[in-house]
Design a binder for this molecule. Structure first.
Ligand SMILES: Cc1cc2nc3c(=O)[nH]c(=O)nc-3n(C[C@H](O)[C@H](O)[C@H](O)COP(=O)(O)OP(=O)(O)OC[C@H]3O[C@@H](n4cnc5c(N)ncnc54)[C@H](O)[C@@H]3O)c2cc1C
Length: 290
């Protein structure tokens, strides 16, 4: 058994490490089109301290380290081009806190979109987060690390802009707290009285640190959701239409799409509008405005 394998087993236990070919095969690829490359080990920590120890080990052994959520980013981001260790975050999947009054949630770095959605539906049906159209098994921290977009992005920007705080393990193995959690127990904002250092990690695809905890803003989850679909063959009108629609500030989301096939879609630009309300009256009013 290699020294690295022994050390990894010491850190996370036997069931959290693998170097068997059939398991490495899965961690050598994503569902996109890029060429696979095998890692030497895959390890799945359960705690921040375990992540720290793995980072220190990788440093000591000069081994590449690739953090991975659900591996669904499709663009080769989690393919371990230089081998080394893939750090699978999926066992760090706890929801640590929901602060309903301040509208934020804090989750571990491997928590999936689906787990948070189901938790909120059961315990806080009045609240929601901005979910990408990706499979529900994809993780919240990874989506923030790649500046992902979700259902509320039309109103509130990239999902990474909705992050309220982070715990990150740096490449040195040190732990860094970003935002209000560095001052006290509350994860309400990432820049209350200090420079916002989150840009050192958000958008860096895990190359500057591993997010082990992440806070994110929650938004009202209205009781009724409705949709309207418009079609135009005048592409020149689309910017004006979008400007006016977004100026209303009442849409939950807007999606403009076109496709050449089947032929009935050719030359037609579809605008799908989603809007929500707590009462039929609110929905009717919004539909009329739109
Ligand atoms: C059908 C489909 C629809 C999609 N729709 C959308 C969409 O609407 N919006 C959208 O934004 N994306 C979309 N995607 C792309 C992608 O699935 C998402 O961005 C998803 O959030 C990626 O999450 P993941 O857990 O699979 O990330 P991974 O692929 O595992 O990782 C992505 C990146 O983050 C890094 N990383 C992972 N975990 C951490 C961590 N804890 N700390 C630091 N870095 C980390 C990885 O190293 C990698 O660079 C879609 C994909 C599919 C297949």
């Amino acid at each position: 058994m290699s020294d690295i394998l022994k050390a990894l087993i010491e850190i996370v236990g036997e069931r959290g490490v693998s170097n068997t070919p059939e398991e490495l095969w899965f961690y050598s690829r994503d569902p996109g089109v890029l060429t696979p490359h095998l890692p030497d080990y895959v390890v799945a920590p359960r705690t921040t301290e375990e992540v720290q120890k793995i980072v220190l080990l990788a440093n000591r052994e000069k081994s590449p380290l690739v953090p991975m959520g659900n591996g669904m980013s499709l663009t080769g981001l989690v393919i371990p081009l230089k081998g080394g260790i893939v750090l699978d975050m999926k066992r760090m999947d706890k929801i640590l806190e929901v602060n309903a009054m301040a509208r934020y949630a804090v989750v571990e770095g491997g928590t999936s979109q689906g787990v948070l959605k189901a938790y909120l539906q059961e315990h806080y049906p009045q609240l929601r987060h901005s979910i990408p159209d990706a499979p529900p098994t994809t993780t919240i921290a990874a989506n923030a690390a790649l500046h992902g977009q979700g259902r509320l992005s039309q109103q509130y920007g990239f999902n990474s802009e909705m992050v309220t705080g982070m715990e990150v393990v740096l490449p040195t193995g040190e732990i860094c707290l970003i935002g209000s959690p560095s001052l006290g127990p509350y994860w309400f904002s990432r820049g209350p009285t200090m420079p916002d250092l989150s840009a050192l990690f958000l958008g860096w695809l895990g190359t500057t640190g591993i997010i082990t905890k992440i806070g994110l803003r929650l938004y009202p989850n209205k009781k009724i959701r409705d949709v309207e679909l418009f079609v135009t063959d005048r592409v020149d009108l689309i910017p004006d239409i979008l400007y006016k629609l977004t100026h209303l500030e009442i849409l939950e989301d807007v999606n403009v799409w076109f496709q050449p096939k089947p032929l009935m879609f050719q030359g037609n630009f579809h605008i799908t509008l989603y809007f929500t309300g707590d009462t039929e009256e609110e929905i009717t009013f919004k539909r009329r405005m739109i």
